[in-house]
Design a protein around this ligand. Structure first.
Ligand code: C2E
Ligand code: MG
Ligand code: MG
Length: 696
């Protein structure tokens, strides 16, 4: 071993150089007496590191600094001497009391005959700390129950560079299977989820974000992934990686969905509850006020439900409520809400019905009629068939700036009024609507009575050809009411149609018309008579038989009977209509399309139907001489009719101007006040029989 004394012996100058190197070395270096641990010398770096001066150090032993203590250090000197090792990890206490980790390299030397150890030490405190925290961080990642993944932001498509065991458990994928892949495989085919845009934009901007995504495990099961991503930057501030921390919150989502459902839905019927109803009502009222559209709140309370409950038990009562809930649900539009607010009470919200209050009111009435019908249908409850009715209260909104609770109160009030008037009735909060409904009900009752008493009259209105000769007539019904007035069909036909009274009424008219045909024919003045056939009448299963029966019973010539139907009747079910018309045609009767032009205006279907005639609606005739559009429409109808070999009757011919206009365009037949108003049937028959053309 070459020692410092050897060197000194060689040349004093070289020894100076050694001292210089020793002192100037940036490494911590010091000399120890291995016999007694005394600090023989220490370089500048060592003094700086410990915070002691050379002088102070010269009075110290190494165990004053190394916290391992004298015994252990002596053992280490022995090990070094024996050549076992010369590298130790030590902890030094500095002058300030701070403990630093050092790596010491012990180099035994002999200096001036003295056995010394030259020690070179490295302060590894910071490195050790960094290593420790790295190790800790790694252990934490491995032990975390949250799934962690790290993606490499500096490589194209950001491949995964790490996933922890929790990620593997969550997804079922092993680390080996996912490393190097972009993590989008977790999305399966769900590539346009709402959270993804946010995620992509955060990745692009290099900021953190949290999203909830639908992800899929390796076995294909879906799970809700609450994913938090954060950028990881290097010392230069450049993003090198993205950290993803993910949690499977499927359980939580299911619970919150269930809680939501419980908070907003009635457990018995699965219908929205009062709370959800109020939410929707608030929205609907605001929208109604904003957009000037009308909606309605309908309160439905089952009649005598308590009796059923008491007599048959709650389970049967519950079954009934569920059945009623189902029926109500089927009746309404998608945007309507049917809710159960408790007991046997259902509340309906019909938002945005129409922007016209009258139309809205009418539509509500139609819905209510359907609801009443649906509730009245017998309910089968096990062995039991139960009939139930409901009392219904209705209010329309917006009237002004009423609150939702005002509206509920109004509907409730109306419902109690309905209850008070007896079972199975409807009351409207609005006086005008209530009046309209009452009037309608009275009309319906009066009409039924009138039907029984045959309080109707057949009026006839002539139809003439271009030379003014009466060639036919239209039978028009009039109601001779209790007060002795004649009521126009416009006022009662719609009600008759809705209630089905139109069927016996239509048969009655048909019989009157056939009798007139017979009478005129017998008197040698045969003319055709047109009878209006309502949609309900035409569609009825017995209509053909009814016509056949009346023809037979009256002995009228079928070829003089013209049945007037409207385009709507034909179009609702074209094939069925054609079949039915052909069956009737086989009896010898003719068909005319009434109010032609107001309906479908599709002329293509004409040739499919066994028709004889078109009647141009009076609304076109009225302005035809002055209005270009109406004029060309009338011309078009005339042309089409000629093309198909059909007769044409112009309705509502009121003036000479109308007559001239129509004649100029070759219209063959006319009906209207200009030639004569509808008059009582017998009077008309007499007029024809005694008329100038009677013997023509
Ligand atoms: P519609 O079949 O189109 O009958 C023609 C209507 O026009 C009749 O009204 C008639 O009085 C009226 N009218 C005739 N000439 C003129 C005129 O020059 N100017 C004007 N402005 N009107 C004229 P009405 O009798 O009030 O009948 C109205 C509607 O009621 C009929 O229209 C028809 O749809 C229906 N209707 C009448 N009677 C019956 C019936 O027995 N059964 C059925 N189902 N519906 C009927
Ligand atoms: Mg008619
Ligand atoms: Mg008409």
């Amino acid at each position: 071993m070459r020692t410092i004394s050897d060197l000194q012996d060689q040349a004093a100058g070289e020894s100076d150089i050694f001292l210089q190197i020793f002192n100037q070395s940036p490494a911590i270096e010091y000399l120890l007496d291995s016999e007694n641990g005394q600090i023989v010398d220490a370089n500048n770096a060592a003094c700086d590191f410990w915070g002691w001066s050379r002088q102070q150090l010269s009075a110290m032993r190494i165990w004053d600094i190394n916290i391992a203590g004298q015994k252990i250090l002596e053992q280490q000197f022995a090990e070094t001497k024996a050549g076992v090792t010369n590298l130790f990890i030590a902890q030094h206490r500095t002058a300030s009391g701070e403990i630093r980790n050092v790596e010491v390299y012990v180099n035994p030397i002999v200096l001036k005959g003295r056995k010394l150890n030259l020690i070179i030490a490295h302060d590894v405190t910071d490195r050790r700390r960094a290593e420790d925290s790295l190790r800790l961080a790694h252990r934490a990642l491995e032990a975390a129950t949250i799934g962690i993944l790290i993606a490499d932001a500096q490589q194209p498509d950001m491949p995964i560079s790490y996933v922890n065991p929790a990620f593997e458990i969550q997804t079922g994928y092993s680390e080996a299977e996912v490393l190097g892949h972009n993590c989008r495989f977790l999305q399966g085919t769900q590539r346009d989820q709402p959270g993804l845009d946010e995620l992509r934009s955060a990745l692009k901007k290099g900021c953190s974000c949290e999203v909830i995504l639908q992800n899929f495990k390796k076995d294909g099961t879906m799970f809700w992934n609450q994913l938090h991503i954060a950028p990881l930057r290097n010392d230069a501030g450049i993003i090198t990686h993205f950290l993803g921390a993910q949690k499977d919150i499927s359980g939580q989502m299911a619970v919150s969905a269930r809680m939501d459902h419980m908070a907003y839905y009635d457990p018995l019927t699965e219908l929205p509850n009062r709370r959800l109803f109020l939410d929707r009502l608030t929205t609907a009222v605001a929208a109604a006020q904003r957009n000037s559209v009308f909606g309605a709140v309908v309160f439905i309370d089952l009649d005598n439900f308590k009796n059923l409950n008491d007599a048959e038990g709650h389970e049967v009562g519950d079954d009934l409520l569920r059945e009623i809930a189902k029926r109500l649900g089927h009746l309404l539009r998608q945007e309507d809400t049917v809710s159960r607010s408790g007991g046997d009470e259902f509340v309906l919200l019909l938002p945005a019905i129409s922007d016209n209050s009258e139309i809205s009111a009418n539509m509500v009435q139609v819905v209510i009629a359907r609801i009443q019908k649906a509730i009245c249908e017998p309910v089968v409850l096990g062995e039991l068939q139960h009939h139930i009715t409901a009392s219904i209260g209705v209010t329309l909104f917006p009237k002004g700036v009423e609150s939702t609770s005002d509206l509920l109160k109004q509907a409730d009030t109306a419902m109690y009024r309905a209850k008070a008037t007896g079972r199975n009735s409807v009351c409207y909060f609005e006086p005008a609507m209530q009046a309209a409904v009452s009037a309608r009900l009275t009309l319906e009752q009066d009409l039924r009575q009138a039907m029984e008493r045959e309080d109707f009259r057949m009026f006839l209105q002539g139809q003439v050809n271009a030379s003014g000769k009466i060639i036919g007539a239209e039978a028009l019904i009039r109601w001779h009411n209790k007060e002795g007035g004649l009521i126009s069909p416009m006022a009662f036909i719609p009600v008759a149609e809705e209630t089905g009274l139109i069927v016996p009424m239509g048969t009655w008219m048909l019989r009157q018309a056939c009798r007139a045909i017979k009478k005129l024919e017998q008197a040698g003045r045969p003319i055709r008579i047109s009878v209006n056939v309502s949609p309900r009448q035409f569609r009825g299963p017995d209509f053909r038989d009814c016509v056949a029966m009346v023809l037979q019973e009256t002995g009228a010539n079928a070829s003089l009977l013209m049945l007037e139907i409207t385009e709507a009747v034909v179009f609702d079910n074209l094939n069925e209509a054609i079949t039915k018309m052909q069956q009737l045609k086989a009896l010898g009767v003719h068909f005319s399309i009434d109010d032609f032009g107001t309906g479908y205006s599709s002329l293509a279907y004409l040739k499919k139907l066994p028709l004889t005639e078109l009647k141009i609606d009076k609304s076109f005739i009225q302005d035809a001489p002055t209005d270009m559009n109406d004029a060309s429409l009338v011309e078009a109808i005339l042309a089409v009719a000629t093309h198909h070999g059909l007769q044409v009757v112009a309705e509502g011919v009121e003036t000479l101007q109308h007559v001239d206009f129509l004649k100029e365009r070759g219209c063959p037949l006319f009906q209207g006040y200009y030639f004569g108003r509808p008059i009582p049937g017998e009077e008309f028959v007499q007029k024809v029989l005694s008329g100038p053309e009677a013997n023509n």
